[in-house]
Structure formats: structure tokens, C-alpha cells
Design a protein around this ligand. Structure first.
Ligand code: DAH
Length: 363
């Protein structure tokens, strides 16, 4: 046995020392210590020896096996360190390099940009972002919002129904996310929910798919003044001016009582649209105090909790802020349009650096 080991050892030790990669080293391990490796074969041969010989040969062989195992292990650690250092050297990124010029080619769609702007503001005001599905059930889109079957308010929104399933719809409003939130979370609640919505409409200011953002605040002492000041603060930050006037007109939505439509002060002089107080009014969004029936359906006691909600069209806000005349063009995928109205990818809106450079001229 000793003799056999003496014959094998030098070449084996040399091979281990000279292995250049982890793969090569592992091949050596398999060839020696693996199932039918050379050392393992010697181990198997022990059975044929008589007991005395087996004892001494066994000891020698075990020592040899351990020695080879230790050698392979330490070589493995050495190679792993070497490979890691090589990777670190290869994968390092020079963060001082200028951005590649072609980053300038793509554009961020105004809807994406405006959604980001709105979420940035609401996040700063302490709102969490909530989401719901585009394909919604009748309960969350209508029923729980105090719009039972056959209620005339269903006609307010031309609904897309799913084929063979008339209780499943493409959501007509993000208001259903109010319900989903209240089902899963106890007040205080302060969320905004942006997303796609769908209605059977098509003209200059309506497309079958459009975007809304919903707001919901529920607590024990939330009132109309909170709603108005929240919207006021939001409008100032969003339109990037302090000269904002907000007007509430009585309206009707089944899920709020009282309900309002909010208008923002604006002027249209020489074809130029501007957000400012003291001139005309422009319709902005729907809002109100959450209806007690809605709270009850979600398991909240209206004698304890109350709150406000609002819902607005993101696309509409984008049109107003960036002077885009036709909603249909948003979804035409026209490269010339996106080049003109789109935003540079690295201009990420923040409250501190400005939502839009030079009040909307950053494209
Ligand atoms: N869901 C309404 C719509 O699509 C908008 C709306 C009005 C949402 C009043 C609200 C609200 O949360 O309180 O026309």
C-alpha cells in the first residue's frame, strides 16, 4: 500500500498545486476522492487484505486521503479568493464617467412623469401608495361604493363588462381601491391609488383607457377643512405656484356625502392657459366626505370613523400642466409627439430639486 501511495503522491500533489481554476481542481478531486476515484478504489481494495494488513494499510491510506483532502481544500480557498479578486477588478464601475449620450434619446411619457410628480408630492404629505386590480369585481367597483345593481349612478360610467361574466368589469374608477384598503387595514388610513381605468368613451378629452389617482383619508376627526387644505397644498406644489384658487361646487357621487367637484382658478389669455387666481375656473376633480354606507360595508363604525376621498384624472392633470390639447394623442405612440411632450429619463421629479425644471420647460 505504502508503495502505491508513494507512486501516486508526487504527481497528484503537483497537479493540485498547479490547478489554475476551481473547475480543474474539482476534476482532480473527483478523479481521486470521487466515487470511482483512484484513492477510493484503493479503499475498496482493503477488503481483500487479511485483518492485520488491512489495519496498517487502512491507517496509511486514511492519512493519505486526509492529506489530499486538506491540500484540495486549501487550494480551493486560494482559487476562490483569486477568482473573487478578478471579478471585483473586472466588474468595477467608474461612477465618475459621464452618462452615455444616447441616454438622451428615450423619453418618459407625460403620464408616467405626472404620476411620479403626484406621488412625490403625496408621499411628502404622508400618503402611502395603494394598488388594486384593473379587472375588478362588481362589488369593489360599484356595490361597496354605495352603487347597488340598477342604481341610476351606474349609467354615469359606460362600463366594459367581461364576456360571459357580467359581475366582472374593467374598473371604471380607482375608487374601488378605497374599499380594498379599508377591508385590509384599520384607520388611520392615508393612501393614494394611481392606476388605469376604463370606460366606453372616445373624443378629444376621453379615451377608452385613461388614468386616475384616488385619495382616501380615514381617521376619527377628519373633516372637510382637511380635504380642502390637502387639495390646496397639493395644487400649489403640483402647478408650482402659490397663486392657486380652489372652489368647491356641490355635486353628486354615491360614495361621498356631501360631494363636490373642485375647480381651480385659471386664465386663458391669447391662447395661453395658466393656473392663477382671480380669472376663470377649470374643472379639476371629484371629492367629498366618505358616505357612512361605504364605511359600514367595510366594517368601520361611521359614529367613530369619518374621512374624505378624492379622485382625479392623471391625464387631465398632465394636459393642464403641460398644455397638451388632445387626450387621444397620449396613446397614439407617435415618436414625434413623445419627442416633443416627453421628458428626459434622468429628470426625476423631487420636491427639493423641483418637479419640473423652469416650471415645465425641462423637455
Ligand atoms: N370615481 C369618480 C369618477 O371616476 C371620481 C371621484 C369622485 C372619486 C369623488 C372620489 C370622490 O374618491 O370622492 O368619476
Amino acid at each position: 500500500m505504502e508503495q502505491k501511495i508513494e507512486e501516486m503522491k508526487p504527481a497528484l500533489v503537483k497537479a493540485i498545486q498547479e490547478a489554475e481554476t476551481l473547475i480543474a481542481l474539482d476534476e482532480i478531486r473527483v478523479k481521486t476522492l470521487g466515487k470511482s476515484g483512484s484513492v477510493t478504489e484503493l479503499m475498496k481494495g482493503l477488503g481483500k487484505l487479511n485483518p492485520d494488513e488491512r489495519k496498517t494499510a487502512g491507517q496509511v491510506l486514511n492519512t493519505f486521503k486526509n492529506e489530499i483532502g486538506t491540500l484540495i481544500e486549501s487550494k480551493k480557498q486560494e482559487l476562490e479568493l483569486k477568482e473573487m479578486n478578478e471579478r471585483l477588478a473586472n466588474e468595477s464601475v467608474d461612477i465618475t464617467l459621464p452618462v452615455r449620450p444616447n441616454t438622451n434619446m428615450g423619453r418618459i411619457h407625460p403620464v408616467t412623469q405626472v404620476t411620479e410628480e403626484m406621488l412625490t408630492i403625496f408621499a411628502q404629505m404622508g400618503f402611502e401608495v395603494a394598488e388594486g386590480p384593473d379587472i375588478e369585481d362588481d362589488f369593489h367597483n360599484f356595490e361597496a361604493l354605495n352603487i347597488p345593481a340598477a342604481h341610476p349612478a351606474r349609467q354615469m360610467q359606460a362600463t366594459f363588462f367581461m364576456e360571459n361574466a357580467d359581475n366582472i368589469v374593467l374598473r371604471t374608477q380607482t375608487s374601488g381601491v378605497q374599499i380594498r384598503t379599508m377591508e385590509n387595514k384599520k384607520p388611520p388610513i392615508k393612501i393614494v391609488a394611481p392606476g388605469r381605468t376604463y370606460r366606453r368613451d372616445y373624443d378629444m378629452t376621453h379615451t377608452p383607457m385613461f388614468h386616475q389617482i384616488e385619495g382616501l383619508v380615514i381617521d376619527t376627526e377628519t373633516n372637510l377643512a382637511h380635504l380642502k387644505s390637502t387639495l390646496m397644498e397639493f395644487m400649489k406644489l403640483f402647478f408650482e405656484t402659490d397663486d392657486v384658487a380652489l372652489r368647491f361646487r356641490p355635486s353628486y357621487f354615491p360614495f361621498t356625502e356631501p360631494s363636490y367637484e373642485a375647480d381651480v382658478g385659471c386664465s386663458r389669455e391669447n391662447g395661453e392657459f395658466k393656473i392663477k387666481s382671480g380669472a376663470g375656473w377649470c374643472e379639476l376633480l371629484g371629492c367629498g366626505m366618505v358616505h357612512p354606507n361605504v364605511l359600514r360595508t367595510c366594517g368601520l363604525d361611521p359614529n367613530v370613523y369619518q374621512g374624505f376621498a378624492f379622485g382625479c384624472g392623471i391625464d387631465r392633470f398632465a394636459m393642464l400642466k403641460y398644455g397638451i390639447p388632445d387626450l387621444r394623442s397620449f396613446f397614439d405612440a407617435d415618436m414625434r409627439w413623445i419627442k416633443h411632450y416627453g421628458f428626459l429619463p434622468l429628470d426625476i421629479p423631487t420636491i427639493t430639486s423641483g418637479l419640473s425644471l423652469n416650471g415645465g420647460l425641462k423637455r
